[in-house]
Design a protein around this ligand. Structure first.
Ligand code: AHR
Length: 524
């Protein structure tokens, strides 16, 4: 009887508990003032030979019982097609600066160890042809990182000739013999990776000398890339805000300003992970509000980092010819218990969806300089969009953010003004909301709003000028808890739901859940 009264009392208390009033936010958008193009390459992915990122994640082999096309998982291909992946960076990461492309072509593959990531066997079964086939199946483009660390300019030059030559050279014939007579397209070329660290621990000046040489000798011969669609060369850039990376950006960009016909770059990479403490990394699951607020506050440092390096680039390249390409970013947490620590396996929660949206919006706001970004990493590694386990596959909250942002690919940035207010927890103070707007290629206005506050809903009033707005609808992503995840057993805990604005006195009002990511299009 006593238990009965306790339960009833709790229910009555829950019903009577005052619901936190929704925070009112006014978003003013002037659709007549378009800004920079939001390059589709901001939504790129990264796939390294690391853990189960490639093997199991993409490649299962043509004799696998897992449904596949030429060895590549059909479920993964379908999921990636739906998020319109603009480019995939491959084969690394640190792995790239030890990779020898000849290991991964032809009938006889070279089996090596993967010293960077767990010291496991690298069978080289997934090589150039398999990667290009994968890219083709998902309708994406290749961002190939050449080995500037342990390789030579000649080795990289030969790889590019092998991939792109259309004339009957020995390497072109070898490619044809290996099954692909037509030249491959290489959209982006990475000139090394983190050469200040795992890519060879070089000084900026030493890197610069090597990079110039690679830039000159490593040529793309694909006739379809001679005039338009020219391959973009991305030099190694900074990995943070410390002095050594300021010096790095200074050195490369100063040299760029004086560059001659014999070398060139089109981009400078920037790597920045959201990690609190590299030694004691926090958990990707079962975390509390302090970890939620801490990680999101940390991730917002991306904005300052981009501003800092953009300012250096502006000094030497005021016309912004060289793009800043954030080709490694994302949340990096402790490996899941029981997993190989070298495989960087972590879960992906509602917090990561918010983290992804905040970063994509930062990139959008810097779209005049930031014209590429690759989340690390696509499948089964770090902040992945897809997790697999043998025949099982699950889409993470971050995947859904990428899906919802598809209309922003190659859209035109439209400025949004709003008072974000603040969400406070303990020592942490963050903007309560974030937002971005853009006009898609078909002229439609799209608005993204992130409600960072895990407790308080937001009532957003859209104040639109330069457009006669009648309604707004789209999708919203939220979850029961800030650490909610999708698992193989419960894959639909964090999935988008439809949302539409109500009209009130000629205004469009959106009611947003706490800790949510929302994308709507505006109908005129
Ligand atoms: O993404 C994992 C690793 O992080 C990459 O291999 C390296 O470039 C970076 O340090």
């Amino acid at each position: 009887m006593r238990a009965f009264f306790v339960v009833v009392t709790l229910i009555v208390m829950a019903i009577a508990a005052p619901r936190m009033a929704a925070q009112k936010v006014e978003l003013s958008i002037d659709a007549s003032k378009p800004g920079a193009k939001i390059d589709r390459n901001l939504f790129g992915q990264f796939a390294e030979h690391l853990g189960h990122g490639i093997y199991d994640g993409i490649w299962v082999g043509s004799d696998s019982t897992i449904p596949n096309t030429r060895g590549i998982r059909n479920d993964v291909v379908a999921a990636l097609k739906a998020i319109h992946v603009p480019n995939v960076r491959w084969p690394g990461g640190c792995f790239a600066d030890g990779y020898h492309w000849r290991d991964g072509i032809g009938p006889q593959r070279v089996v090596r160890l993967n010293p960077d990531w767990g010291g496991v066997i690298e069978p080289s079964t997934f090589g150039t042809h398999e990667f290009m086939n994968f890219i083709d199946q998902i309708g994406s483009e290749a961002y190939v990182s050449v080995n500037l660390g342990s390789g030579s300019p000649q080795e990289a030059a030969d790889w590019l000739e092998y991939m792109t030559a259309a004339q009957a050279t020995t390497l072109e014939k070898e490619r044809a013999t290996n099954g692909h007579p037509a030249p491959y397209k290489v959209a982006l070329l990475g000139l090394g990776n983190e050469s200040w660290d795992c890519g060879g621990n070089m000084t900026p000046d030493y890197y610069l000398d090597r990079m110039k040489s690679f830039s000159h000798f490593v040529r793309n011969y694909n006739p379809a890339q001679m005039e338009k669609d020219q391959m973009l060369k991305i030099a190694v850039g900074p990995g943070g805000s410390e002095q050594r990376w300021t010096d790095w950006t200074e050195t490369v960009m100063k040299a760029y300003q004086q560059h001659t016909w014999s070398w060139d770059i089109n981009g400078l990479s920037l790597h920045s992970y959201t990690v609190g403490d590299w030694v004691n990394k926090s958990s990707s699951v079962d975390f509390g509000e302090t970890e939620y607020a801490k990680v999101l506050e940390l991730t917002l440092e991306m904005d300052g980092l981009i501003s800092k390096h953009s300012a250096i680039m502006d000094k030497y390249d005021p016309q912004k010819k060289v793009a800043l390409v954030v080709d490694e970013w994302g949340g990096w947490y402790a490996p899941l218990p029981g997993s190989n620590p070298g495989f960087l396996v972590q879960q992906n929660s509602m917090r990561d969806a918010v983290l992804a949206a905040l970063n994509l919006n930062i990139f959008g706001r810097h779209a005049d300089r930031v014209r590429g970004a690759n989340i690390a990493q696509m499948i089964n590694v770090l902040q992945a969009v897809i997790l697999t386990d043998h025949e099982k596959m699950v889409l993470t909250p971050t995947y859904y953010v990428y899906k919802m942002y598809v209309p922003f690919q190659d859209s035109t940035f439209v400025p949004v003004t709003f008072d974000a207010g603040s969400y406070k927890h303990g020592d942490f103070t963050l903007p309560r909301v974030d937002a971005m707007a853009a006009k898609s290629k078909d002229g439609k206005l799209w608005v993204e709003i992130t409600n960072v506050d895990p407790h308080q809903a937001a009532e957003v009033e859209l104040k639109l000028t330069g457009i006669n707005a009648k309604s707004a609808s789209g999708e919203t992503l939220t979850a029961p808890k800030m650490d909610s995840v999708n698992t193989f057993e419960t894959p639909n805990t964090v999935v988008p739901k439809p949302i539409s604005a109500r009209t009130q006195g000629g205004k469009l009002i959106l009611q947003l859940e706490p800790k949510s990511v929302t994308v709507v299009s505006v109908e005129q």
